[in-house]
Design a protein around this ligand. Structure first.
Ligand SMILES: CC(C)(COP(=O)(O)OP(=O)(O)OC[C@H]1O[C@@H](n2cnc3c(N)ncnc32)[C@H](O)[C@@H]1OP(=O)(O)O)[C@@H](O)C(=O)NCCC(=O)NCCS
Length: 145
C-alpha cells in the first residue's frame, strides 16, 4: 500500500470513497475538485494493487498554522487493516511540515473513529449540538504540534 498525493485522474475514485463512507453527508464531487486546487499537497490517496483503498483531505485555515483534517475514508472492504491510521499519520505530518501548529477536525460523538484520533494525540476542544444542522452534533478535536 502506497500513500501519495492525488492527481486529477484519481478524482472519480476519491469521490466514490467519499460517497461510500459518508453518503448524503459526503462532499460533492465539485468540492473535491476544488479542494485539489486549494490544497494539492494534502489531498492524499492510499493505493494498493487493486486501486485506491482510501483517501484523506487536509486544508489550511485563514491562518496558515491552522490545519484541518477535512475528510478521512477507507473502502469498507479494506477497513481494520491500518490504512486509515497510515493516511491520518501522513496527513498530520504533511500539514505540520507545511507550517500548521494546530490540527483540527470534527467527528460525530458516536463515531468509533474518535479512538483513532485520540490515539494520535487529538483531544476534545469543543462540542456543538447542531454543527451540521438540527440533530447533527460534532465534537471538535485539536492536536497541537
Ligand atoms: C475511520 C476510518 C477511516 C478508519 O480506517 P481504518 O483503515 O479502518 O482504520 P485502521 O485500520 O487504521 O484503524 C486505526 C485504529 O482505529 C481503530 N478503529 C478505526 N475504525 C474503527 C471502527 N469503526 N471501530 C472501532 N475501532 C476503529 C482501530 O481499532 C485501530 O486501532 P489500533 O491502531 O489501536 O489498532 C474508516 O473506518 C472509515 O472510512 N470510516 C467511515 C468514514 C469515517 O467515519 N471517517 C471519519 C470521519 S471523522
Amino acid at each position: 500500500m502506497k500513500i501519495r498525493a492525488a492527481t486529477k485522474t484519481d478524482l472519480g475514485n476519491v469521490f466514490r470513497l467519499e460517497q461510500g463512507a459518508f453518503g448524503e453527508h459526503g462532499y460533492p464531487d465539485f468540492f473535491i475538485r476544488q479542494a485539489m486546487d486549494l490544497w494539492p499537497g494534502t489531498l492524499l490517496v492510499a493505493e494498493s494493487e487493486g486501486g485506491l483503498v482510501g483517501y484523506a483531505l487536509g486544508g489550511m485555515g485563514e491562518a496558515r498554522e491552522q490545519g484541518w483534517i477535512l475528510s478521512l475514508a477507507v473502502d469498507e472492504r479494506q477497513r481494520g487493516l491500518g490504512i486509515g491510521k497510515a493516511l491520518l499519520q501522513r496527513l498530520c505530518r504533511d500539514l505540520t511540515d507545511a507550517g500548521c501548529t494546530e490540527l483540527r477536525l470534527t467527528v460525530h460523538p458516536d463515531n468509533p473513529a474518535r479512538g483513532l484520533y485520540q490515539s494520535l494525540g487529538f483531544v476534545e476542544e469543543s462540542r456543538e449540538p447542531d454543527y451540521f444542522g438540527p440533530g447533527e452534533p460534532r465534537q471538535r478535536l485539536l492536536r497541537r504540534g
